[in-house]
Write a protein that binds this ligand. Structure first.
Ligand code: ATP
Length: 209
């Protein structure tokens, strides 16, 4: 039986019930590819909010995104699995890939709340995503179903039109876009992604053109 750690920081918003229910985190994304920024924010948020586990949830087809740079969902899923394999706090959540099609967070949260009825869900998003929240499918329902947790990102304001708690983490200027650019220019990605992800990308010749 796992015990719930008391959070070191408990930022309160009107949407934060601050109760004693067990907490899980979700980090949804395209993970094209996963990088150390993803791992750092998940670990830091888990530590600061006392999350029992963080589910990494790769999407199938993201809404509002240009898909031309994307690679197969199976490769993204495999790279996420390799990224999280050494951290007992982290788990893979495959529901979006298994469902297929456009991945609406609302559908996934509805499903996950049914599967984990005893948990409060903390949905982690970077500052770039916070700016897009007003465009999210069924956002008005979604904000009542999860606690949104924002992590600052370079170039984006720390403001939100929706209830959200910001967790303070040093700015990490690593993005999947940066990794793809580096690979296309045959530059090093060492120390920007987990070693197993670098190996996977190199062995399969992903992002080569
Ligand atoms: P891309 O550069 O292709 O847009 P990304 O680096 O933002 O990709 P995603 O898989 O889209 O990666 O990110 C998943 C989630 O993690 C998003 O909420 C995103 O804002 C957040 N995130 C990713 N990298 C960082 C970072 N360095 N700092 C804070 N949040 C981040």
């Amino acid at each position: 039986v796992q015990t719930v750690r008391e959070p070191q920081v408990l930022p309160m918003t009107e949407n934060d019930f601050g109760g004693h229910r067990r907490r899980i985190g979700i980090l949804g994304g395209t993970f094209n590819p996963p990088h150390l920024g993803h791992l750092i924010i998940a670990e830091q948020v888990a530590d600061q909010l006392g999350l029992e586990r963080v589910f990494f949830m790769p999407d199938d087809t993201p809404p509002h995104v240009d898909h031309k740079d994307s690679i197969a969902a199976s490769d993204r899923k495999q790279m996420v699995a390799l990224s999280i394999e050494n951290n007992p706090l982290f788990e893979m959540e495959k529901c979006e890939i298994e469902r297929g099609g456009i991945s609406y967070t609302y559908d996934s949260i509805k499903f996950l709340k049914e599967r984990h009825p005893d948990y409060e869900i903390y949905f982690i998003i970077g500052g770039d995503m916070v700016a897009y929240l007003p465009k999210w499918h069924k956002i008005d329902q979604l904000v009542k179903m999860v606690h949104f947790v924002g992590v600052a990102r370079h170039g984006y304001p720390k403001t939100s039109q929706y209830p959200l708690m910001w967790v303070d983490i040093p700015l990490i200027e690593i993005s999947s876009t940066l990794i793809r650019q580096k690979l296309s220019q045959h530059c090093s990605i060492r120390y920007l992604v987990p070693p197993a992800v670098e190996k996977y990308i190199k062995e399969r010749g992903l992002y080569n053109d």
